[in-house]
Design a protein around this ligand. Structure first.
Ligand code: ADP
Ligand code: MG
Length: 244
């Protein structure tokens, strides 16, 4: 028992570390990037020097992108499973992505309902962020990002649709494979891997429909909070009737 407690404490430290990475490492990255940007404008720099600086900036952007895909919502406090209102969580993520959407002239249309699912808030938000960010990045010349919430039997269905570049069958198949990206140095190829992992831990499911040049629809199913409770309730009853 003692060993288990120590391990739980260690896990907590890992959680703290993750949070520090995103909060404390982002700042120095931003500062370093700023100074390099200044150097790029300096007249004393020759062409070769500027090329080196450009590479350094790209590498910083890469580190920043990896932190974004993993740790956007990491907080110093340990996470716990709780009841999450999908409408509230989606709205939070939209707020974060709105500047990026505006930059790409993307209209965001929503039809959200306050259904409840069970999960860890930071992970759920990270999952939504990674899917929505991909949708926005698929529309560099503008378009529409649609987000709908509905209920399908015992599942809450979150539909995220874009009118972007779309994907080929081969690309859809490779989705979630670590480091698979079509965005060159700008991509990490980690976003969808994180999404699949989170959906799995929440006992959800994910389907993708995509057509090249038309856009992509991502359908994410999460067990309804009340359904999971009902299940637990009936399981308890089963046990009770068996022991009778
Ligand atoms: P990254 O975004 O860093 O490339 P992801 O794991 O998030 O990594 O996505 C992997 C790849 O899947 C992307 O590079 C892109 O080719 C494809 N993809 C994901 N979502 C979409 C989308 N909504 N529309 C078009 N392509 C997408
Ligand atoms: Mg991505």
């Amino acid at each position: 028992l003692r060993r288990r407690i120590i391990r739980a404490e260690k896990m907590e430290v890992v959680g703290h570390l993750a949070a520090s990475i995103s909060h404390e490492v982002r700042n120095p990255l931003t500062v370093s990037r700023g100074f390099m940007q200044l150097l790029l404008q300096s007249e004393r720099m020759n062409y070769k020097d500027k090329q080196y600086i450009q590479i350094a900036i790209e590498e910083i952007d890469r580190a920043e992108a990896i932190i974004t895909d993993y740790l956007t919502f990491a907080k110093p406090a340990p996470e716990h499973v709780e009841k999450l209102n999908v409408k509230t969580e989606i709205e939070r993520v939209i707020d974060i992505l709105r500047p990026l959407a505006n930059m790409n002239s993307i209209e965001i249309q929503t039809s959200l309902l306050p259904f409840a699912v069970k999960g860890e808030r930071q992970k759920f938000q990270q999952c939504l962020l990674n899917v929505m960010k991909n949708a926005i990045e698929a529309m560099p010349n503008g378009g529409t990002l649609r987000i709908n919430v509905s209920i399908d039997k015992d599942y809450v269905l979150i539909h995220i649709g874009d009118t972007g570049v779309g994907m080929t069958k081969e690309q859809i198949e490779r989705l979630g494979e670590p480091y698979f990206t079509t965005k060159g140095t700008k991509g990490t190829g980690l976003g969808m891997m994180v999404v699949y992992r989170i959906v799995e831990t929440m006992r959800g499911d994910l389907f993708i429909h995509s057509e090249v040049g038309q856009g992509t629809d991502v359908y994410m199913y999460f067990p309804s909070y009340y359904k999971t409770d009902v299940e637990k309730f009936s399981r308890k009853n089963e046990k009770a009737s068996q022991s009778r």
